[in-house]
Structures are given as structure tokens and as C-alpha cells.
Design a protein around this ligand. Sequence first.
Ligand code: FES
Length: 70
Amino acid sequence: MYVCICKRITDNQIHEAIGRGARKLEDLSRELGVATGCGQCACFAEDLLGDAPAPSGPNRALCEPVHSDA
Ligand code: FES
């Protein structure tokens, strides 16, 4: 299932990134480009991160679009 339509990223790709060590939305943004477009996928991506055994859970305060204006 697509999570990020803008970057065509699926939940499987996100789970794979989590398996490689992604623990924050910023990790997914850097590795896959998640939430670097319109940002609509940020909350769902955070939810997927919350399912992973991470040292810290999802921070809803970070549930904002991550824009790369560079
Ligand atoms: S749906 Fe992910 S950035 Fe637009």
C-alpha cells in the first residue's frame, strides 16, 4: 500500500527502512523522501514508526510536513 503518494513509497519500503534502523520521520525523509512533498503522509509514516520497537515512540509534535526547500 502506498503511504507517500508524492514519492511513491509503500508501507513495505518503510518497514524495510525501519528494519535498517530508521527510528524517526527524519530518517524516513532522508532515506526514502517520505514527507518531503506535500507532507500528507507524515502522520501515517509516524504511525508505522510507532509500530517498530524503537527506544522512543512517535512524537506527535513532529507530525508536521518535512519540506526540503534546499
Ligand atoms: S504524500 Fe508524502 S509527501 Fe506527499
